[in-house]
Design a protein around this ligand. Structure first.
Ligand code: ZN
Length: 320
């Protein structure tokens, strides 16, 4: 039998990644899009355009799965609220299936990533796992008793908006929270801390880059840290330590077997993970902390796209 194929789309706060996923969990025909300041119509047009590009290469696809950075009512297929995209109150499944003429499934991007990592990635074989994806914000997912946990209205699990610091900074974007995990630890937070470090150390590699007028973002801080710049490495260590304190709460509450760290910031690797592991080892409750593994996502920043594809395959009754 030929493999069954679907399209998986993962939309982050600033970019989209899509591709064809088959029932062996192999990805073909990737597409990328970016946006800044696009309104609702433009955002939906970018989604549609990306799907059509993939579909031109794979006309046999049977359904489309979307992972979006929004509170998604999973049963109803409605985007209730988004901190990063203009998708509040959008009947997403209905709108996109009408535009595309194929069955559509939509879930929160963190939940989609969690599903992919649990089905075939870093949390495979576990029944209790947590995913924390560090991108523009923080995506979160919970795998409890062998299922994705979505809460009472399908809107969970927004781990990025668990409060980490009572007197911390206001949460960026539209979140009314203060001191959220996401406000302190994310790809954007790496960029913000990197900029402060560059301003404070004009002779460092970070400082010299700033002097040339180039942007300091999470990616460049990570790159410079890997190449040995001490200021950039210190930023990564600080973010890793903050991440660790966020994980302490998750370890104590959920007693997971594994915590999967995903998103673009995972390129920091052990520069972030080692300080996080050290904080968990010294501050989480005994017992819970001893068995938990803290590992990088197997699918890297493709977990959301893979998970969105798996949701679409599942909806066809053709689980990978
Ligand atoms: Zn928040």
């Amino acid at each position: 039998m030929p493999p069954r194929r679907v399209i998986g789309i993962d939309a982050g706060g600033t970019k989209l990644l899509g591709g064809v996923i088959d029932d062996q969990m192999v990805v073909h025909h990737r597409v990328h899009r970016t946006w800044r300041g696009a309104d609702r119509q433009e955002t939906l047009d970018i989604f549609t355009d990306a799907v059509e590009e993939v579909r031109a290469a794979a006309p046999d696809v049977e359904a489309i799965g979307f992972g979006i950075p929004a509170l998604v009512d999973f049963e109803e297929g409605v985007s209730r609220w988004s901190n990063h995209l203009p998708l509040d109150g959008v009947p997403f499944r209905e709108v996109m299936s009408e535009r595309l003429g194929l069955p559509v499934v939509v879930d929160n991007d963190g939940n989609a990533s969690m599903l992919a990592e649990a089905r075939g990635g870093a949390a495979a074989g576990t029944r209790h796992a947590v995913l924390v994806a560090l991108g523009t914000g923080i995506g979160g997912g919970l795998w409890l008793n062998g299922e994705v946990y979505r809460g009472a209205s399908g809107l969970g699990a927004e781990l990025g908006h668990a409060v980490l610091a009572l007197h911390g900074p206001e949460c960026p974007g539209n979140c009314p929270g203060i001191g959220c995990f996401e406000a302190l630890v994310s790809g954007n937070a790496i960029g913000r801390e990197g900029l402060l470090a560059a301003e404070g150390s004009p002779d460092s590699a970070l400082g010299r880059r700033l002097a040339t007028g180039k942007e300091i973002d999470g990616g460049i801080v990570t790159e410079l840290a890997h190449s040995g710049d001490p200021q950039a490495a210190a930023v990564m260590a600080e973010i890793g330590e903050r991440l660790g304190f966020g994980l302490v709460g998750l370890v104590n509450v959920f007693n997971p077997e594994v915590i999967v760290i995903g998103g673009g910031a995972v390129r920091g690797g052990d520069l972030i993970l080692e300080p996080a592991r050290a904080v968990v080892a010294s501050h989480a409750l005994p017992g819970a902390r001893d068995g938990v593994r803290i590992v990088a996502a197997h699918y890297g920043d493709e977990a959301g796209m893979m998970g969105a594809g798996l949701l679409a395959l599942d909806s066809l009754g053709a689980p990978a």
